[in-house]
Design a protein around this ligand. Sequence first.
Ligand code: HEM
Length: 133
Amino acid sequence: MTDSAARGLSRVTLYERLGGGAGLRTLVDGIVAAHLENPTIQHRFTPYLDRPDRVEEIKRHTCAYFSEGSGGPDTYRGRSMTEAHRGMLVTDAEYTAAADDIIGTLARHGHDAETRAEVRDILEAIRGEIVGV
Ligand code: HEM
């Protein structure tokens, strides 16, 4: 049996494969650190460095958003993606840079190609909610 067939039978959710709540938190910390190092988008995030409470809130919202979207138990209660990013006029290149940080962080934490492809598909599905709004 292939890995994917086994997963289908045992219904292991993407949330569980990402390590549940603790795994997601580790990933979100890594993603934010990667954004701060990424020359294409770091300027979007450096203004938050002197607002640790807001960074913590955004991280918590992002964990809940990823949990809900990957079959986890949380409910995202933050603003819609379009509302959260309205007025930023995020470009396609910036979005791709952010998505690459996410996929790179997954790879660094040992998540396999199949899981990375699944996350990449989700990120492409919501691109239009964030770019250019
Ligand atoms: C790749 C997909 C992305 C996802 C899933 C995502 C998700 C989120 C979430 C859940 C929040 C918190 C919203 C809230 O607290 O109400 C947020 C906020 C934010 N995002 Fe994104 N985001 C993405 C891409 C981007 C990109 C490409 C940029 C800029 C280059 C960006 C910049 C920001 C900023 C600056 C905030 C803080 C907004 C504020 O202070 O109100 N995001 N994002």
